[in-house]
Ligand binder design. Structure first.
Ligand code: 5GP
Ligand code: ZN
Length: 113
């Protein structure tokens, strides 16, 4: 999608610190980290979020693959524990409307949720 910032990162039209890439996914450091380590796992397919109708048309197995990737990359980044988060919709805190997993950790000031 032309105006989408994550599609632009996927197409290398804007820079990012990419930590992983294959034919289906890209992972890069969040520009505004909320923890010592904070990266995003993004499917190359432009899916908006979990509340739009299009999500029903996609293969939900990709989310399993993304979680597995989260585990592998978190270990590679040296995290002994981490959190994952998906924001869906403006009222769910989503700012970039191309679905992504946040993966973050590394600090000792963990707030219980
Ligand atoms: P959301 O609120 O949509 O779940 O999260 C969007 C995330 O993308 C935010 O944590 C924000 O810091 C990050 N972000 C927004 N624009 C860019 C960018 O151009 N590059 C990178 N690396 N991260 C971005
Ligand atoms: Zn996109």
């Amino acid at each position: 999608m032309d105006s989408c910032i994550f599609c632009k990162i996927i197409k290398k039209e804007i820079p990012a610190t990419i930590i992983y890439e294959d034919d289906k996914f890209i992972a890069f450091n969040d520009i505004n980290p909320i923890d010592n380590i904070h990266f995003l796992i993004v499917p190359k397919l432009h899916i908006i979020n979990l509340i739009t109708a299009e999500v029903e048309k996609i293969d939900f197995n990709i989310f399993g693959e993304m979680l597995k990737l989260a585990a592998v990359l978190a270990k590679e980044q040296g995290l002994e524990g981490f959190r994952t988060m998906i924001n869906s919709g403006k009222k769910g805190g989503q700012e970039v409307f191309h679905i992504h997993f946040h993966v973050y950790g590394g600090s000792n000031h963990l707030k219980k949720i």
